[in-house]
Write a protein that binds this ligand. Structure first.
Ligand code: ZN
Length: 418
């Protein structure tokens, strides 16, 4: 077992075997922590939720993934003397709002940012697409009919909101970050910040190959505001949840420096007219941060962040006139194939590149052949072998599960041919 695998084991509770996907959705056992007498955290591998007890009932921040996990949380919450009067959603992602319905009978006040309802509507409009990408990203069955029970907000806020409940004050702040509807919460009496997915284990999820734009610049500014509060306890709702004392300051300092560095490098590259396919290989975290546990690429990775930051600020056109109004790939591919006039040669070259460790390049070269002749002898087998090589050393959840999705597809194709 490698060192990295050991660490991932600690983050997601899973030791990865060869060609095995991250399974962060299917586990339904909830773990609990109580980092402060009035603060409890409920954790599943992909997300957490927290509750703060006051002298007048409980404020619940997020609700876990689904009614099943939320039910376990409700039981513990009531066993520890809580009763939910208020729910705050940190953003619209399913692993934060999915368990809300379990608390419907308590008739809570439910608070969210004003953009949350529009994001929930998007889930409905793009149901099939969402089911497809969720199946790939999290290695779960494709099920567009999956029900998403949802307890809607009773109150929406815009920039900020403050309310008191019992002996505590809840300051809510909006941030454009992982989503456009992110909310973070500060409770001054106990110097506690609840930041939702502004922090996850490892590199923040600034880029996701399947999802809309994330907002790196306003994200880092939100983290700077969290730091100004000088919290002594910080609860994050992805991966490791609890940070206390001097860990909080270190976590914020490192994360803020890392995000700023990525942003600055992308800004410079855009100003220097560097194409994005070069940029993703040039931009890196500074050497002293690259192996820092707070920035490990275990969920997202720097290449995804670069694509995303670029996409936020840049149009599709890369200033190559051939790409302004291009003909479809398949037409260009056909021309290249006709010029080479030897499909076997492409296969041989892809094999040679694989042998010298240039696996990604081999995959792209082979793609020219596969697009033209998907059944060319040996091509699918090589495609599968390349994906397995890429997967083997990949410990980033999103890219690893993507390789695995296509590995499984290749295996099905080869099985059908037998
Ligand atoms: Zn999220």
């Amino acid at each position: 077992m490698t060192k990295t695998t050991m660490k991932l084991d600690a983050e997601y509770g899973q030791t990865l075997k060869k060609n095995e996907a991250f399974q962060v959705i299917l586990k339904s056992e909830v773990a609990f922590e109580q980092p402060h007498p009035d603060v409890h955290v409920a954790k599943i591998p992909i997300a957490s939720a927290s509750w703060v007890n006051t002298s007048d009932g409980t404020v619940l921040v997020d609700t876990l993934l689904n009614p099943g996990t939320a039910k376990q949380m409700k039981t513990r919450l009531e066993e520890t003397g809580g009763q939910v009067k208020t729910i705050i959603y940190t953003h619209h992602h399913g692993d934060h709002v999915g368990g809300g319905v379990i608390f419907e009978g308590d008739r809570p006040r439910v608070i969210a940012h004003r953009y949350l309802p529009e994001n929930m509507e998007k889930y409905e409009l793009l149901k099939i697409h969402r089911a497809r990408l969720t199946a790939i990203q999290f290695n779960i069955p494709f099920d567009p009919a999956r029900q998403r029970p949802f307890l809607p907000p009773t109150e929406l806020f815009d920039h900020a909101m403050v309310f008191s409940q019992g002996d505590k004050t809840f300051e809510l702040y909006h941030a454009r970050a992982e989503t456009d509807d992110a909310t973070w919460v500060y409770v001054p009496e106990i110097q506690t910040a609840l930041v939702g997915d502004l922090i996850i284990s490892g590199l923040p999820n600034i880029g996701n190959p399947y999802k809309p734009t994330r907002f790196g610049l306003s994200w880092v500014r939100a983290l700077e505001k969290v730091r100004e509060k000088q919290p002594q306890l910080l609860i994050a709702h992805g991966g490791r949840a609890v940070y206390q004392g001097k860990d909080v300051r270190e976590l914020l300092d490192i994360t803020i420096e890392g995000i700023h560095s990525l942003l600055d490098q992308v800004f410079e590259a855009i100003n220097n007219d560097i194409p994005v396919d070069e940029m993703i290989h040039q931009v890196q975290l500074p050497p002293h941060l690259i192996d820092h546990p707070y920035l490990k690429p275990i969920y997202s990775r720097t290449e995804f962040a670069v694509y995303n930051i670029y996409r936020w600020y840049h149009g599709y056109f890369d200033h190559n006139p051939a790409h302004l109004l291009p003909r479809p790939d398949r037409e260009l591919n056909r021309e290249i194939i006709a010029l080479i006039d030897n499909r076997e040669k492409i296969l041989e070259r892809a094999i040679a590149l694989h042998k010298t460790g240039q696996t990604q390049l081999a995959l792209q070269v082979l793609d020219i052949l596969l697009k033209d002749a998907p059944e060319f002898p040996g091509a699918r087998e090589l495609h599968l072998a390349l994906l397995e090589t890429l997967c083997e050393t990949d410990t980033c959840l999103m890219s690893r599960n993507t390789w695995i999705h296509f590995i499984e597809k290749d295996r099905e194709i080869l099985k059908e041919r037998q």
